[in-house]
Design a binder for this molecule. Structure first.
Ligand SMILES: Cc1cc2nc3c(=O)[nH]c(=O)nc-3n(C[C@H](O)[C@H](O)[C@H](O)COP(=O)(O)OP(=O)(O)OC[C@H]3O[C@@H](n4cnc5c(N)ncnc54)[C@H](O)[C@@H]3O)c2cc1C
Length: 366
């Protein structure tokens, strides 16, 4: 539950709220800022407020991250670039030489990484590698890598012969790596598709134990799912505030909020947001208690993303055509939220995974 936060967390929440309503709101509302300048201003402000490094610091609790992400979203600034430093993610705990060649430059912001998991539908074989001496020779395709065209390396799920699925680091400047497509999704984020033709990488670029690629990827994906869920419950709160303001606004014949049918919808929105927020906070507390919360993270992501999308849709319906004019804050939020029902696990696939978690694996408390 979001209540009963420690004094320390309440004070962090207040600090983040000041950051959001101050410099971050100014960056968001500026129409004349180039994308790079906006990111640099956000990064500087986030660093000064002690927010930027939270995702890079070991031992930061899940509840802390949730409070920060939710607060940013509640103030309509969670989409800004440069808020958080890149975390170790899949590279957590790697030894030398990968620590110096990839992990540290990534944490310093000198090298960007892309997550290469999804493959085009209908390809006859997953991305795979044969072992030749001290090298892996990789062949295959990845269809949807966020920021792919700008990254220095990929962490890619690769079926390594005789070893099983592994997460492998592939530098994007290696011979045989081709960007086959660059594209933009409706939220404005950029992506790339890749082809690998006999790409040679050192064998030690396979991270972790042989064959643990899916498990390693899943741990990372679970954390990202919770981050998305935190953003969505915060955004749900922001949407509700927009609607409340709209309902109170005087119009011909009285405020919209005087009408029973608008109140019914508004009440429904508040109840749905309450349920989603409760689930997301409960999940964070389970993680902090050291409980394996893969299934609960799935549930939190599904509930939060579906709820936020439903709320955005209801908000547009209640506030009318003006909220669909390009440039209106709700219009951009509507587009941004839509991708989250697919990214990091499509909702129906996650429902099926939750069923498997219980029926086949006997895991979790949902
Ligand atoms: C904004 C955005 C950013 C993304 N970033 C990345 C990224 O950085 N890295 C990355 O690897 N991927 C990324 N993705 C891809 C994302 O993970 C996939 O789009 C998502 O997992 C769904 O996979 P898919 O698109 O291949 O659709 P599919 O898996 O083909 O799913 C399409 C439909 O088929 C259904 N379906 C799937 N399998 C079955 C089955 N066995 N039986 C019955 N029905 C089935 C699903 O439920 C769904 O309704 C991103 C996607 C978006 C939208």
């Amino acid at each position: 539950m979001p209540e009963f936060l420690s004094d320390e967390l309440k004070s962090l929440r207040d600090r983040v709220a000041s950051l959001a309503t101050g410099e971050l709101a100014a960056v968001r509302d500026a129409t004349d800022l180039a994308a790079g300048d906006a990111a640099a201003r956000v990064r500087a402000a986030s660093k000064a407020a002690g927010v930027y490094a939270l995702t890079q610091t070991e031992g930061v609790s899940e509840l802390t991250l949730l409070v920060v992400r939710e607060t940013l979203a509640r103030h309509g600034v969670s989409h800004l670039p440069g808020l958080f430093g890149a975390g170790a993610g899949l590279l957590e705990g790697v030894g030398e030489p990968l620590r110096s060649s990839h992990l540290l430059p990534m944490l310093a912001g000198d090298k960007r990484v892309g997550f290469a998991f999804t493959e085009p539908a209908g390809v006859p074989r997953s991305t795979w590698a044969r072992v030749e001496g001290d090298e892996l020779v990789i062949t295959g395709q990845k269809s949807y890598v966020t920021a792919g065209a700008d990254v220095a390396f990929l962490t890619a799920l690769v079926e390594v012969e005789g070893q099983g699925p592994s997460m492998v680091i592939i530098d994007t400047d290696r011979p045989g790596v081709t960007v086959t497509r660059r594209f933009t999704s409706i939220d404005g984020s950029h992506h790339a598709a890749f082809r690998f033709e006999d790409v040679r990488v050192p064998r030690h670029h396979a991270i972790g134990a042989p064959g643990d690629g899916r498990g390693r990827a899943l741990a990372k994906i679970s954390a990202v799912r919770r981050a998305i869920a935190a953003d969505c419950v915060g955004t749900a709160g922001w949407i509700i505030e927009q609607v409340a303001a709209g309902l109170r606004r005087e119009r011909r014949g009285g405020a919209l909020g005087d009408h029973e049918r608008a109140r019914l919808r508004y009440g429904e929105m508040r109840i749905a947001a309450y349920a989603a927020r409760s689930a997301v906070y409960r999940t964070a507390r389970l993680v902090d208690a050291g409980i394996d919360a893969v299934n609960e993270s799935i549930a939190a992501k599904v509930i939060a993303t579906e709820t936020a999308n439903t709320l955005a849709d209801s908000a547009v319906q209640l506030l009318g055509g003006e909220s669909l004019v390009v440039g209106h804050p709700l219009e951009a939020t509507y587009r941004r939220l839509r991708v989250l029902r697919l990214a990091e696990g499509e909702t129906d696939t996650l429902r099926v995974n939750a069923a498997r978690g219980h029926l086949d694996l006997g895991k979790g408390s949902i």
